[in-house]
Design a protein around this ligand. Structure first.
Ligand code: HSE
Length: 322
């Protein structure tokens, strides 16, 4: 009774170049480690002050010091408003921040998804999956200035997910077992809002047609088993041409990746992380090593596959609040 509840939500690549704001991939490191934030909900210690939010983990120090500004507080406020609940001074919420902020790895989405899933579980799940996704998108909007589902949907559901609004159910696309994805994080912050501000408000018709064709070919290639077609169409005419200027060394690193075995490469989310898709284990290791030295430098590189589970409750030692 009143045992703390911990949720983990994986990092994600969204956009995956070809589906701006609508396509995202949940990540699972090949070494079996966790790669995402955790949120634990429990009962506050007597005498604690509200809001009883605490930050832990490698990147906790980069969070706003005022808990009121934290996205987890926003999640709780949205959740309470949705259910017409009063304040919850009895709750303790612990955020373990394992993803760097402004990284392009769906860091805010990971916190949001873990927080709302844990809070909902704590109250015996009165909000269904659609309702929770709606709340997650509102919390994400508070961070980036606009609603987009390409990080929260894969982080919540797992997989390679096409989700652009709540008007249609999420579509789960096939991710080939042979495809590994390298993510190379460079230790600089790119705020999603800033990276969205460099994008034009409108695009030439020819760009819209080409990008639509690429997305259709990508989906068709995955569905029909024509993986070369799919990989060839992981291209970005919407964001990359404008965001490259924010990412020193990105163009050279992408060029190197494509010359050395990557099937595709692009900006993960709004950067600075870049990704490369490789279908050959040895080449993937070599490229990961190169990206570590030449792009990530003081950041990190992870060799990943798809996380097919998404947000999940952790048990055992992870359930402790403090
Ligand atoms: N789709 C969003 C963007 C993701 O590219 O702006 C931000 O992480």
């Amino acid at each position: 009774m009143n045992e703390p509840i911990t949720y983990y939500a994986p990092a994600s690549v969204g956009n995956l170049s070809v589906g701006f704001d609508l396509l995202g991939l949940a990540l699972e490191p090949l070494d079996g480690s966790h790669f995402g934030d955790r949120v634990t909900v429990g009962v506050a210690k007597p005498g604690d002050q509200s809001p009883q939010l605490s930050f832990h983990g490698q990147y906790a120090s980069a969070l706003p010091s005022d808990p009121v500004e934290n996205v987890v507080t926003r999640c709780l406020d949205l959740y309470r408003a949705e259910l017409g609940m009063p304040a919850c001074p009895e709750l303790s919420i612990k955020l373990t921040k394992s993803l760097p902020i402004g990284s392009g790895l769906g860091s805010s989405a990971s916190s949001i998804v873990a927080a709302l899933a844990a809070i909902n579980q704590w109250f015996d799940n009165p909000v269904d999956a659609d309702g929770l996704l709606d709340l997650m998108s509102k919390a994400e909007c508070g961070v980036s200035g606009e609603k987009h589902f390409d990080n929260i949907a894969p982080s919540y559901f797992g997989g390679l997910v096409l989700c652009e609004s709540l008007d249609e159910p999420p579509q789960f696309l096939f991710w080939p077992d042979a495809w590994q994805i390298i993510v190379a994080y460079r230790n600089t912050e790119v705020k999603t809002k800033d990276a969205r501000n460099v994008l034009p408000n409108s695009y030439p018709r020819s760009v819209l047609v080409s990008q639509a064709a690429s997305l259709a070919r990508f989906v068709h290639g995955l569905g029909s088993g024509d993986l070369e077609l799919a990989a060839r169409n992981i291209v970005d005419l919407v964001a990359e041409p404008y965001r490259e200027q924010l990412l020193p060394d990105y163009s050279q690193a992408k060029h190197h990746a494509l010359q050395h075995g990557a099937l595709a490469a692009g900006i993960s989310g709004s950067g600075p992380t870049m990704f490369a898709v490789v279908d050959h284990a040895e080449k993937a290791k070599e490229l990961a090593d190169w990206l570590g030295h030449h792009y990530a430098r003081d950041g990190f590189v992870k060799l990943c596959t798809v996380d097919r589970i998404g947000a999940r409750q952790l048990t055992g030692v992870n359930r402790e609040v403090h």
